[in-house]
Ligand binder design. Structure first.
Ligand SMILES: Cc1cc2nc3c(=O)[nH]c(=O)nc-3n(C[C@H](O)[C@H](O)[C@H](O)COP(=O)(O)OP(=O)(O)OC[C@H]3O[C@@H](n4cnc5c(N)ncnc54)[C@H](O)[C@@H]3O)c2cc1C
Length: 374
């Protein structure tokens, strides 16, 4: 008897990671539809904190840092150290080409599918859709441009990642520099903003130049590589098509941070495991990428950022100050327990967050009432 295929739409992070994970659990053929993604053709860095489910990614990563910092004007630098959950930088094309190699039972159809092209037999076929979800504008975005710079003189402190440094121009919105030093000469320096609208490339480039000058007196450097992106910090309005959604299509991009890689890997590993043995197709369900309580916290936090953007540097510093390195890593990776959540709630300014919590609840109620009326 021929075994029905598992069809995956989209050859990005989620699609290829699932194709790589499936052969460990099923002999069913896999078909991936979609052109190679930008992450494969123009590599960028995927940052994540090492967790149990990320050992393969950690092994493949280009660099890792057991120490990282948060900085903002008027605050001492907050430095975290961890033996257990270092921060990693993985080159996207390294991961995706490793996935293609592991995906032994997969046929790659390098063409994008038309909306109605796939008409699988619902009774036997299994289709997962990783095309990006629809989002209703306006929504908050994390937009950035990064340069991998090379300096002849050794100036970077190789063991310490700067995850957020707010000592930079705040005139256009919430803005920080993210700096990953690969060695004393080479670093990825990214100008990152949280706001509703993006800026021209020259704006981020000027911010990087100004930062390198003020922090390192560096003017003589070469740009080895550029990466840029715009990641939604929002809750997807609708998934792409009615097939079960995976990856960002299922809401895997964490709204409050833009991190997605760790959540996608956890989701596809758990999904692939369900194929072990001979399960009924109706028993296979895509795991939710985030816990409800994390999404509720994200909704409140995003509302705070929207209504009090000027306070963002203080809030991120307060958050970092409240936690140890391993605690921050767990929180950012969606596995914070009640003690960590309690520490965060205790540290945050109560009135600001209560107002936002009230607004979020009211909005949810209005949406529900509208749904009931229509
Ligand atoms: C520059 C950049 C840096 C990032 N850095 C980080 C980071 O440091 N850490 C982190 O956790 N996250 C990061 N992210 C966010 C996140 O990891 C990515 O967005 C992730 O790639 C989402 O994976 P995905 O597979 O869900 O979606 P995508 O990678 O967007 O894949 C969707 C795929 O669907 C394809 N597709 C669309 N239409 C069709 C069609 N009709 N037929 C077939 N295929 C189709 C697209 O071409 C694409 O390949 C970053 C994102 C970017 C862009």
């Amino acid at each position: 008897m021929t075994r029905p295929p598992v069809t995956i739409i989209g050859a990005g992070c989620a699609g290829l990671s699932l194709a790589a994970a499936l052969p460990q659990h099923t002999t069913r053929p896999v078909i991936v539809h979609g052109q190679p993604s930008l992450a494969e053709k123009q590599p960028h860095i995927w940052g994540f904190w090492e967790m149990d489910w990320l050992s393969d990614a950690a092994m493949l990563s280009r660099a890792s840092w057991p120490v990282w910092e948060f900085s903002a004007p008027g605050h001492p630098v907050i430095r975290h150290m961890t033996d257990t959950n270092p921060y990693h930088a993985l080159v996207s094309s390294d991961w995706l080409s490793a996935c293609r190699k592991k995906a032994q039972t997969t046929t790659f159809d390098n063409n994008n599918v038309a909306e109605q092209l796939l008409a699988p037999d619902k009774a036997t076929d299994t289709v997962f859709d990783s095309r990006p979800p629809y989002l209703d504008e306006p929504f908050m975005k994390q937009h950035f441009l990064g340069w991998e710079v090379y300096s002849k003189t050794p100036i970077f402190e190789a063991g310490i990642a700067r995850l957020m440094d707010f000592n930079t121009d705040q005139s256009r919105g919430i803005h920080f520099i993210y700096l990953l030093p690969f060695d004393a000469h080479t670093a990825l320096v990214e100008s990152t903003m949280f706001s509703l609208t993006t800026e021209p490339d020259s704006w981020y480039e000027d911010a990087i130049k100004a930062y390198l000058f003020t922090q390192f007196s560096l003017t003589d450097f070469t740009v080895e590589r550029t990466e840029k992106g715009c990641i939604p910090m929002a809750f997807p309005a609708r998934t792409h098509s009615s097939y079960p959604a995976i990856g960002s299509n299922s809401g895997a991009v964490r709204p409050s941070s833009g991190y997605a890689f760790t959540f996608i890997q956890k989701q596809v590993a758990a999904l692939a495991r369900q194929f072990s043995g001979t399960p009924n197709i109706s028993d296979i369900h895509v795991p939710r990428p985030h816990r409800r309580r994390d999404l509720l916290m994200d909704a409140v936090f995003l509302d705070v950022l929207k209504h009090a953007p000027a306070q963002a540097p203080d809030l991120f510093i307060t958050l970092a100050q409240a936690l140890r390195g391993d605690e921050l890593a767990r929180f950012m990776s969606g596995i914070a327990g009640p003690a960590i959540i309690g520490k965060i709630i205790y540290a945050m300014p109560k009135w600001l967050f209560l107002r936002s919590a009230f607004r979020v609840c009211l909005d949810a109620l209005i949406v529900r009432l509208k749904g009931a009326v229509s």
